[in-house]
Design a binder for this molecule. Structure first.
Ligand SMILES: Cc1cc2nc3c(=O)[nH]c(=O)nc-3n(C[C@H](O)[C@H](O)[C@H](O)COP(=O)(O)OP(=O)(O)OC[C@H]3O[C@@H](n4cnc5c(N)ncnc54)[C@H](O)[C@@H]3O)c2cc1C
Length: 418
């Protein structure tokens, strides 16, 4: 990577591209951002749904207070206050099979004294069961999450399994133990103050995306929507132009590119690239409910037909099902009916299903297996003026908001380093 001091062309307006653009603009670089879609945000965005008559997110996104880069990003664009949540570490669950309800409430401190209090830990677990969490740190590169815990144990079924599916978007029998360990090391294992859950009070775009675009534009950044980069034109060991439907955008000798597109697009543009090539779906089922009904909050479900996490906001109740390749080809109506049954088993709601939208994100994240993890490339490429960003690059984390934002920062640092 040679030092490039001129304008930077950021391809992709998801969190990775926006994070790179913010860091580079703050360092005084001119930013030209190209987003193929009609608006920014990629896999983390809000939009108006005509059928429901309201704005929804493409899917529920949960942040934890240990997600340092994500909170630094929100601070930079001034939207930390737009995140809501309980304000302390609290994870409510309902087991639909046994009817039991409980709340895991880690204490704020680093030492897990809270585990001594039976009422704060997972019912049916013993103190020593939690030592297994420490063993995660020593997980072999190939170890799956399921291979590291006793499958029938209450801790596994009632905490590890739902947590792993949500965080890794991959079933524990296939998911990498090391990737789960990487997340837990920065959250749960640091104590409750690092795992306070939060989600946008209004929407993903209001918290993460639109203010970032405004911030960039206020600093002279040029942001273009509906502008797909179709080719990278190489000259020797550098990118000389970006191919678009309106003709090439030529790069001066001091200009650079941050390629912040999804893995499958990056491989099309740069065929020499090794990148994750197996993905997992996430389903989100949004129900239009009375605005007054239900306090904002979330709950994890076990033992239902399909629903895993329920998020309630004024007017919308949204259900997430992760690692959803197992369900994604079912018709939307069948999915909605199963999920509504689960929802009614835990919330006091009428039998009749309200207006509903099923959002199928088929390539929500790369499958968080050891084999896919090995395919993740670093930000630096052999090209002198091209760096990569995206949740699928070698961040050490699974595909998350935190990983995407860090990847953008890494790409920016490489370009800014002399
Ligand atoms: C349903 C769902 C739920 C999730 N839940 C959580 C959660 O709870 N917590 C969490 O931390 N993470 C969650 N994630 C993961 C998180 O959303 C992603 O990791 C993150 O948004 C990825 O950002 P990115 O910038 O790497 O990629 P993307 O968001 O995919 O951004 C890439 C951008 O590039 C654009 N693009 C593509 N091709 C071109 C081209 N040729 N030219 C120009 N632009 C192009 C795309 O339109 C897109 O805007 C979830 C993801 C999904 C889908």
């Amino acid at each position: 990577m040679s030092y490039v001091s001129g304008p930077v062309h950021v391809v992709g307006g998801g969190l990775a591209g926006l994070s790179a653009a913010l860091a580079l603009a703050e360092a005084g670089r001119q930013i030209n951002l190209y987003e193929a879609g009609p608006s920014a945000g990629g896999r983390c965005r809000s939009y108006f749904d005509r059928g429901l008559g309201c704005r929804i997110d493409n899917g529920n996104h949960l942040l934890l207070s240990g997600n340092r880069a994500a909170y630094a990003y929100l601070d930079r664009i001034g939207t930390r206050h737009s995140m809501g949540g309980p304000g302390y570490a609290l994870f409510p669950f309902h087991d639909l099979e046994s009817g039991e309800r409980w709340t895991v409430r880690p204490g704020a401190g680093r030492y897990p004294w809270w585990l001594l209090d039976r009422g704060r830990r997972v019912p049916g677990t013993r103190l020593r069961d939690y030592l297994g969490l420490l063993a995660l740190r020593r997980a072999a590169a190939e170890a799956t999450v399921a291979s590291l815990f006793a499958a029938g144990s209450a801790l596994y079924r009632r905490l590890i399994e739902p947590l792993a599916i949500a965080v890794l978007n991959t079933l524990p029998a296939e998911a990498s133990g090391r990737l789960l360990a990487a997340v837990l090391a920065e959250t749960l294992l640091l104590g409750g103050s690092a795992c306070i859950p939060a989600f946008p009070r209004m929407g993903l775009s209001e918290s993460f995306i639109d203010p970032a675009i405004a911030w960039l534009r206020a600093r002279g950044g040029e942001v273009q929507f509906g502008r797909r980069i179709a080719a990278l034109v190489m000259e020797g060991e550098r990118v000389a132009a970006l191919g678009t439907a309106d003709g090439p955008v030529r790069l001066g000798p001091d200009e650079a590119v941050v390629l912040a597109v999804p893995a499958w697009v990056a491989v099309d543009l740069l065929p020499e690239l090794d990148a994750p090539d197996t993905h997992e779906s996430i389903l989100n089922v949004h129900f239009r409910i009375d605005a007054e009904r239900g306090q904002a909050g979330f709950i994890g479900l076990l033992g239902g037909g399909m629903a895993e996490w329920i998020f309630v906001k004024p007017g919308v109740l949204s259900v997430t099902i992760s690692a959803a390749n197992r369900f994604v080809d079912r018709p939307a109506e069948a999915i909605a009916e199963t999920v509504w049954r689960d929802v009614r088993a835990t919330c006091d709601l009428p039998e009749r299903m309200p207006p509903v939208r099923v959002v199928k994100e088929r390539r929500a994240t790369f499958a968080a297996t050891a084999a896919q993890h090995r395919r993740r490339p670093p930000a630096r490429t052999r090209l002198a003026n091209l760096v990569l960003a995206g949740d699928w690059t070698a961040t050490g984390l699974p595909a998350t908001i935190e990983g995407a934002i860090r990847s953008g920062q890494t790409a920016a640092s490489l370009l800014l380093a002399a």
